[in-house]
Design a protein around this ligand. Structure first.
Ligand code: CA
Length: 656
C-alpha cells in the first residue's frame, strides 16, 4: 500500500500496529477536517511552463508532446478563468484537434489532439478566440519535440536487474538549500519520524556510484512529485501536481538528469506512479472540473468521502455485495487521499497522457504502480495496454498487496486465472512470496510449516502467466525492516537475502537492507524509513564510504555487494529454469537454477548443526557434476554422498 504517515491517516493495516487510542485518532481526524475547511494551504503552484503562458491561462498540461508515437493521440488540459468562453483551433498540419471538451466548470478545456504523420519537431500555435470579445483572443505556442532515438524499443527492467528502492527524503541530503520551501507548510524537521528530513534527488545523483558499485541496476524512488500537504508529506504518495517534481526534492530537470546519470552507470529508472488517488491539497480539489472528478464527492469540497474497505476479494467474489465492491474501488485510500474517478473519460485521458509524458520526458525504464487493484479495471486495461503497446519491452509492476497468488495472478497480462477484464500489466510485486519467505525462515519446521510453505507457495507459479516477471522482495517502505521480520537473526537474514537474489523473478532491495538496517521504536512507517547513515553532513557513520559501520553492518554490506555483483552477470539466474526438492522438515531447502550450460545449487540450512543432504533425491540435477564452488566465499564442496549442508548458512554453489 502506500505509505503512511501519522496514524490517523494510516491504512487499517498500519492502524492496527499503532498505540494511539481511538480517541486520539478521532481527535486528530476532526482537527484535520477543521484545518482543511478553514485554510487553503496548498500552493497555487504554477505549471512548469507557467512563465511562458498568457495571462488567461494558469495551466496547460502537458507543456509539450513528441512526434512519432505509434498512437499519436493525447490530451491537453487547459485551466484558466472562464477559459471555456474561448473557441479553440489549431491551424496546423502537424497537430490535429479532434474535439474540445468542456465540463460544468467553465475554467477548464480539454483538447483531444493527435500529431499527424507529417509532424516534425517544432512548435504549433493553439489559437483561443473569445466568443464575445475578439480583442481577448490569444494564442499559445506548443512544442512538439523529437523523441529519443529508439524510444519505443527501450528496455524495461527485467530479470537481469536488481531494483534498489529509495525513500528520497531519507537517503542523502545533497542540497541543504531545498530542505524547506517558503511556499510549503511542511518543512524540515529531522527530529520527527514523519517530518521532512531533507533528502533529495541531488543526493541520489551524488551517490549513484555507490548504488552501481553495490551491484544494483535499477532504481525505484518513492514518488517525487509535488506533495503540498500540511504534514507528513515526505513519503510522496499524496500528489498535488502531476507535472511537477516537489522543489524539496529538486525539479523536473534534475529528475531528468538523475535518469541520464543513472543510465550512464547502467542503472534503469523506475517511476512510482499513482493513478488511484491524489492528495487532498491537489490544486484541482478546490476547483474540480466536475463534481464527479473524485469518487464519493458531491460538492467541490473536501470531506464528503468514504474510505475504502480494502476488501480486494470483492472484485472476484461471487457472493460480494455491490456495496462492498464499490467501496473497495471507489473509497478513498485515506482521508487525505481523494479517490480519483478514472471512469470520467477526461480524467482517464489526463492520467494516461501524464504517464506517457513522464516515460518519454524522463527516459523511464519502468513504472511501479501504487495501489493497483484499487483502480477501476476498465481504466487499468486502457492505461496498461496503451503504455505496453507503445513500449513493448517496457515494464510496469503493480502493487497488489494480497498474500494469495490467486488474488495477485489475475492482474498479470495473459493469464490462467479467470477474469472479466483484459490486463496488459507485465509484472506484480510478489507479496505472497514476501510473507511466505518470512514464515519459512522463522517458523519451527514441521510437515506443514517452515520451508515447506515456501516450497508450496512457489508451486502455485502455474497460476501466473509469467512468474519470472514478478518482483520479489525481502521488505519495502511499508513494512518492518527485514532484519526485524526475522527476529534480528543475521543467519536467517542472509538466507532470506540469498533466496530473493537467486529465485525466479526480479529482486527489489529497500535502501538500508544492504547493511541490515533496523527500524527504530516505535516501529511506525516513519521509522521504517530511517535516514541512511552517511547521507547527512556530520553523520558519524557513513555507509557509502564504509566508515563507522558496526561489524554486522559491514559484514552484510560486503555480503550484499558480492552477491549482487555476482548476480549481475549470472545468466543462469536471469534466464535459467528452476527446480526445487521437497524439504523433509529437517530445516533444509535446496533448489537449482539451470540452463543448458550451467547450473547453480542453492542450499539453505536453518539448523544449528550440519545436515546430510539426500543426494539421491537430487540426482536428476547433479548428474555430470562433482563439485560446487560457493559464489560468495569461493569455498569448494564435494557433491558426493557425504555432502552436508553447513549449519545456519546459505550456499550458492556453481556446479563444476
Ligand atoms: Ca535537501
Amino acid at each position: 500500500m502506500l505509505i503512511l504517515k501519522i496514524s490517523f491517516k494510516s491504512s487499517l493495516k498500519s492502524m492496527k500496529c499503532r498505540t494511539r487510542t481511538l480517541n486520539q485518532l478521532l481527535g486528530s481526524l476532526l482537527l484535520l477536517l477543521f484545518l482543511q475547511s478553514v485554510t487553503v494551504s496548498h500552493v497555487q503552484a504554477q505549471s512548469i511552463n507557467a512563465q511562458s503562458l498568457p495571462s488567461q491561462i494558469t495551466r496547460l498540461e502537458p507543456s509539450n508532446w513528441w512526434v512519432g508515437f505509434k498512437d499519436p493521440s493525447f490530451q491537453i488540459m487547459v485551466y484558466g478563468k472562464d477559459i471555456a468562453e474561448y473557441n479553440v483551433s489549431i491551424p496546423s498540419v502537424e497537430l490535429n484537434l479532434h474535439e474540445v471538451s468542456t465540463t460544468s466548470n467553465s475554467n477548464y478545456l480539454f483538447l483531444d489532439v493527435s500529431t499527424t504523420t507529417e509532424a516534425v519537431p517544432g512548435t504549433v500555435n493553439i489559437e483561443f478566440e473569445h466568443v464575445g470579445d475578439a480583442k481577448e483572443s490569444f494564442s499559445v505556442s506548443y512544442p512538439l519535440l523529437e523523441r529519443e532515438a529508439n524510444s519505443s524499443n527501450r528496455e524495461g527492467f527485467n530479470t537481469q536487474d536488481v531494483i534498489y528502492l529509495i525513500t528520497p527524503d531519507r537517503f542523502v541530503n545533497g542540497d541543504q538549500s531545498n530542505d524547506s520551501h517558503p511556499e510549503y507548510v511542511d518543512s524540515f524537521n529531522r527530529e520527527d519520524p514523519y517530518g521532512r528530513h531533507g533528502g533529495d534527488i541531488e543526493g541520489i545523483i551524488q551517490r549513484l556510484d555507490y548504488i552501481k558499485d553495490m551491484g544494483f541496476t535499477a532504481l525505484w524512488l518513492n514518488p517525487v512529485l509535488e506533495n503540498a500537504m500540511d504534514e507528513s508529506s515526505y513519503h510522496g504518495y499524496a500528489t498535488t501536481d502531476y507535472y511537477k517534481t516537489d522543489p524539496r526534492y529538486g525539479s523536473n530537470e534534475l529528475y531528468q538528469t538523475l535518469s541520464k546519470e543513472a543510465k550512464k552507470r547502467g542503472i534503469k529508472l523506475i517511476m512510482d506512479q499513482i493513478m488511484n488517488h491524489s492528495g487532498s491539497n491537489h490544486w484541482w480539489m478546490t476547483d474540480p472540473p466536475s463534481p464527479n472528478w473524485v469518487h464519493y464527492q458531491t460538492e467541490a469540497t473536501v470531506g464528503d468521502y468514504q474510505v475504502t474497505n480494502h476488501r480486494r476479494t470483492t472484485l472476484t467474489d461471487p457472493y460480494a455485495s455491490e456495496y462492498d465492491t464499490k467501496l473497495f474501488t471507489d473509497g478513498w485510500f485515506v482521508p487525505v487521499m481523494p479517490d480519483l474517478n478514472q471512469g470520467h473519460p477526461l480524467l482517464a485521458d489526463y492520467l494516461i497522457t501524464n504517464s506517457l509524458w513522464w516515460i518519454e520526458y524522463a527516459g523511464l525504464a519502468g513504472i511501479r504502480h501504487d495501489t493497483h487493484p484499487y483502480v477501476s479495471k476498465e481504466f487499468l486495461t486502457e492505461w496498461t495496454c496503451r503504455v505496453m503497446d507503445e513500449y513493448p519491452s517496457f515494464n510496469i509492476v503493480g502493487e497488489e498487496w494480497g498474500v494469495n497468488p490467486l488474488i495477485t495472478a489475475k492482474w498479470q497480462r495473459g493469464g490462467v486465472v479467470p477474469k472479466d477484464f483484459e490486463s496488459c500489466l507485465p509484472s506484480l510485486m510478489d507479496f505472497p512470496m514476501q510473507v511466505t519467505l518470512v514464515d519459512a525462515l522463522t517458523k519451527k519446521e514441521n510437515w506443514d510449516a517452515g520451508w515447506i510453505e515456501l516450497y508450496e507457495l512457489v508451486s502455485l507459479d502455474y497460476l501466473y502467466p509469467d512468474p519470472m516477471n514478478l518482483v520479489v522482495l525481502p521488505d519495502n517502505h511499508d513494512m518492518e525492516r527485514f532484519i526485524q521480520q526475522v527476529g534480528g537473526d543475521l543467519d536467517l537474514f542472509k538466507m532470506g537475502l540469498t533466496y530473493v537474489l537467486t529465485t525466479r523473478g526480479i529482486p527489489q532491495i529497500y535502501y538500508g537492507t544492504e547493511i541490515a538496517m533496523e527500524s527504530l521504536p516505535p516501529h511506525g512507517h516513519g521509522e521504517f524509513r530511517r535516514d541512511f547513515p552517511g547521507g547527512w553532513p556530520g553523520d558519524e557513520v557513513n555507509a557509502f564510504e564504509g566508515r563507522g559501520l558496526n561489524a554486522v553492518e559491514a559484514e552484510i554490506q560486503d555480503f550484499s555487494r558480492k552477491l549482487l555483483n555476482w548476480r549481475k552477470d549470472a545468466d543462469v539466474v536471469h534466464h535459467g529454469k528452476m527446480m526445487h526438492f521437497a524439504p523433509k522438515h529437517d530445516g533444509v531447502y535446496v533448489f537449482f537454477r539451470f540452463n543448458e550450460n550451467e547450473s547453480i545449487m542453492v542450499v539453505l540450512n536453518k539448523n544449528e548443526s550440519a545436515v546430510s543432504l539426500d543426494m539421491e533425491q537430487m540426482q536428476e540435477r547433479l548428474q555430470g557434476y562433482s563439485s560446487g564452488i560457493d559464489v560468495v566465499t569461493g569455498e569448494e564442496y564435494s557433491l558426493d554422498a557425504s555432502m552436508k549442508a553447513p549449519p545456519r548458512q546459505a550456499l550458492i554453489l556453481r556446479l563444476e
